[in-house]
Design a binder for this molecule. Structure first.
Ligand code: IMP
Length: 445
């Protein structure tokens, strides 16, 4: 099984890191192909909790290559902090590889992200404010600074100069605001540029990053080809999820990259025929951070149960996640978009303790039409009411289950219903944060 993509099927935070970490046991390389440090994955290993934003989830396996592919946008300061963090807990970063073609997040991207959000006011996207959108915008405008530029001072200076020129107006407006705040004795907010934002300082700062990152920089597409051509398994680890996809998600309330499996090809430099399996990760319920439509959102007792028991706070921003029931209309859409071959259902244990569990099986439009498919027009999606099937709860705890037979019949029934309705097997079920808290549904492990 040379190429395996692992992707999110909802709005992110499905627990892809844990599934990647598990499946990585049979792989030789784990490759991230999009997103940046807007992502955050938590892995609990030997009782220790590890949080990563940029480094692929396979880093805890000593013998695996961990690749940051060309499709990722990299904030070098954040990456170096993560590398240092790994060293501190005794994990070697020696197997890390960074694509020379990946684009860099610059301090002005972070500032512009925040400034744009503030400008949008009530219409804001709720971004992570990590500079993701502006960095991808510069990539598309051909004003981006790439990882390889860090290794050539002349080029780096020239690229930063060109990029800065195009932002002068926006940055000037921000400076005026900073001066005004200073005059009024107001605390300066971090959306206003500071003194680091001149050509010389930026070039020096990024050159220094380049020196430290140089040992890891390489042609990562070629590295993937070597592994795949030798018949070894390469995992393509998605960040965010289908409903946050720039093309197929709930635009504009999306991220600025394509988290679907097809994007693994462009974002890692491999071909579609290199990917043989696509694992879709789905939480047993739904969550969303940031703004945008969320048909099955609930704010009742069950929602509070999910939030508290599921610790539903963003790994990256700490924001509380919106919670709701599992949405099979949206899931079917995500499954088809990704060409999903198997599902990994995470956090089943969080639902334990609820008397009744609901699953959305179709939508009803404002006009009363029955919608079995995810509507292509966002205005319709904003107005839909989900229709639910209801299931009895399955006791107080399932976190000790390790085999299908350990699960109460109500829980197995819930999993079977999901699998039959969406037409894809649920191959793996997560019942807690620990690496061993999983059930292989075919009983094979
Ligand atoms: P951005 O990716 O920071 O530009 O944010 C755009 C949207 O994607 C916002 O709604 C974010 O909350 C959401 N988002 C980005 N990354 C993640 C993630 O890893 N998990 C969940 N939501 C995310």
């Amino acid at each position: 099984m040379p190429g395996v993509a692992i992707v999110g099927t909802q709005w992110g935070d499905e627990g892809k890191g844990k599934i990647t970490d598990l499946l990585a046991a049979d792989a030789s390389a784990i490759v991230r192909f999009q997103g940046g440090n807007n992502a955050g994955h938590t892995i609990v290993h030997d009782g220790e909790t590890y949080k990563f934003h940029l480094i692929p989830s396979g880093i805890l396996h000593e013998d695996k290559l961990c690749v940051i592919g060309n499709g990722v946008v990299i904030d070098p300061g954040v990456l170096l902090d993560e590398i240092e963090g790994l060293r501190k807990v005794g994990v070697s970063p020696a197997n890390l590889r960074i694509s020379s073609n990946a684009h860099l997040i610059m301090p002005y991207h972070v500032l512009l992200d925040t400034a744009d959000e503030l400008k949008l006011g009530k219409l804001s996207i709720g971004t992570t404010r990590r500079g993701i959108g502006p960095a991808y915008a510069d990539k598309a405008l051909r004003l981006g600074v790439r990882v390889q530029d860090l290794l050539d001072e002349k080029i780096l200076r020239k690229k930063i100069m060109t990029a800065l020129e195009s932002k002068q107006q926006a940055l000037r407006e921000l400076s005026v605001r900073r001066r005004k705040l200073r005059k009024e004795g107001e605390p300066e907010s971090d959306d206003v540029p500071d003194d680091r934002l001149d050509l010389h300082t930026l070039t020096e700062e990024y050159l220094a990053y380049g020196h430290r990152l140089e040992p890891y920089i390489t042609d990562t597409a070629r590295l993937c080809w070597t592994e795949l051509d030798a018949g070894r398994t390469v995992i393509f680890e998605g960040a965010q999820a289908a409903l946050l996809d720039l093309d197929h998600g709930t635009y504009p309330f999306v991220t600025s990259s394509n988290p679907i499996a097809g994007a693994a090809c462009a974002g890692a430099g491999v071909g579609p025929t290199d990917i043989e399996q696509v694992w879709g990760v789905v939480k047993a319920y739904s969550t969303r951070v940031g703004s945008g439509p969320f048909p099955t959102e609930i704010e009742d007792e069950a929602g509070r149960h999910m939030s508290e028991k599921g610790h539903e706070f963003g790994t990256t921003t700490g924001r509380p996640r919106r919670c709701g029931w599992l949405d099979l209309v949206a899931l079917r859409y995500a499954i088809r978009l990704n060409g999903t071959s198997a599902l990994a259902m995470t956090k089943l244990d969080v639902l334990a303790g609820l008397d009744t569990i609901k699953v959305a099986v179709r939508y009803r439009s404002k006009e009363g039409a029955v919608l079995d498919e995810f509507p292509y027009h966002q205005t319709i999606l904003h107005g839909v009411t989900p229709e639910y099937d209801e299931f009895p709860g399955f006791g107080d705890e399932v976190s000790d289950a390790r085999r299908p037979a350990d699960l109460p019949p109500e829980a197995r029934n819930y999993i079977d219903f999901v699998s039959e309705t969406v037409g894809v097997p649920v191959a793996l079920v997560g019942v807690g944060p620990g690496r061993d808290q999983v059930i292989w549904m075919d009983g094979s492990r």
